[in-house]
Design a protein around this ligand. Sequence first.
Ligand SMILES: Cc1cc2nc3c(=O)[nH]c(=O)nc-3n(C[C@H](O)[C@H](O)[C@H](O)COP(=O)(O)OP(=O)(O)OC[C@H]3O[C@@H](n4cnc5c(N)ncnc54)[C@H](O)[C@@H]3O)c2cc1C
Length: 438
Amino acid sequence: MKTFDYDIIVIGAGVAGGVFAASQNKDKKILVIERDLTEPDRIIGELMQPRGLQALEEMGLAHLVEGFDAQVVEGYKLIKGDETFTIHYKDVDNGIKGIGLRNGKFLTAIRNDIKSKENIDLVEGNVTDLIEENNVVTGVSYTNAQGEECKSSAAMVVVCDGPMSFFRSKLSKPNKKVTSYFMGLVLRDLDLEHPSLGHMIVTGDAPVLVYPIHSNGYRILIDYPGEKPPRIGTKAIEKFKEEISAVLPKEMVPSFVNAIENDQLKVMPNHSMKAQAFRKKGVVLLGDSLNMRHPLTGGGMTATFNDIISLNKALDGVDVHNSEALEKAVESYYENRSEEVETINILANALYKVFRDADLKEACFEYLQKGGEQSTGPLSILAGINRNKKYLLKHFFKVAMQHPLHFVTKPKKQMRLYKNAVGIIRPILKDEDQPAIV
Ligand SMILES: Cc1cc2nc3c(=O)[nH]c(=O)nc-3n(C[C@H](O)[C@H](O)[C@H](O)COP(=O)(O)OP(=O)(O)OC[C@H]3O[C@@H](n4cnc5c(N)ncnc54)[C@H](O)[C@@H]3O)c2cc1C
């Protein structure tokens, strides 16, 4: 049997790679290679849904969100002009909560955790290639922080190189689409009526999100629709300032104006990408390098943690040095993971489109505002707690069909609503139904 330097090599110590490494038993010798070990300041991965938190707890990793002023998130406040209402996670299931945090602080906590483990080596380096022997991935080449070219081998390579993944095109059929961009700032010194709620503002043409990330900071994410990034020159910033101030609740405006005038507006593309992996021995994709969805619902980390649990389950009892058993485990992970992530993906991509359609946005707001199962049902799916696709589709169509009489009294509008709903959901479902392995 071939001898390797490590049992597992992980490419990328981001949310996926870091948490995957932290979740492994100490009997596995692991090398984690991360391009940049300094604490990043990013606008991604800052609102964790209740299922994400639950999944961390299940893996014995709840401590990773402790000790850096992360904030409990109890649900959402929806805002459309002067109309507002709140929906709470506790009405879905008592005791569940989400969490708002700074992504950089979270990554530092994850990296400190894996650094403290004797079985894990965490090194700074840029992985440049996968090493293959007889069509089996057996290691990686990387340039370390000193600029030296290095090679390491392992029985299994876990590729977690994130949304801009370099390696995914070698390992899957990436069908990556940019739906929009998020522009992000931090709002400080806010005095909100509901400080522990995420705020979803659907007043304008595109949604705006505001949620707490530390005790005096709220992340604001402003959606900029389309495939092209926003220009952020002085004139454009002035225009955004005016347009966004007009849709924000007035208590947020001074803080927003202060932030946009003094801080750097950060911009990130919002992707959606179905996972379609190739059959390739010795290697597996995890996190955004495998699968992405619109970040409106804050589902990315939750989906990633569900994937880590699915992969760990598939690997349970498998000797990674037994290449046939490893291949079977990886295939079973690819084939079965969708049960745990498809509702998160479908809801994220569909809700974004609903909020971009004036009639459907109106209908969705009205539906959620009714309370009872009409609000707790969709929230249970958004929270990642309920992962039943039929239940999601039931609510999706009920939004469009909540006034069946309108087919008689307002036939044109009602038909448009129905057609648009079908037009949104059909391609999303078709995409999700593509085979997991190609
Ligand atoms: C604008 C935006 C907002 C979002 N907000 C949320 C949210 O609120 N809640 C949520 O749950 N999800 C959110 N997401 C999604 C979430 O951020 C991702 O799902 C999650 O970060 C995926 O983790 P990852 O490890 O795959 O990628 P990352 O966390 O980006 O980690 C990838 C790591 O790989 C490293 N790397 C890359 N290439 C190499 C290489 N060649 N060699 C070595 N290292 C390498 C990178 O430096 C990085 O550290 C958001 C996404 C976007 C775009």
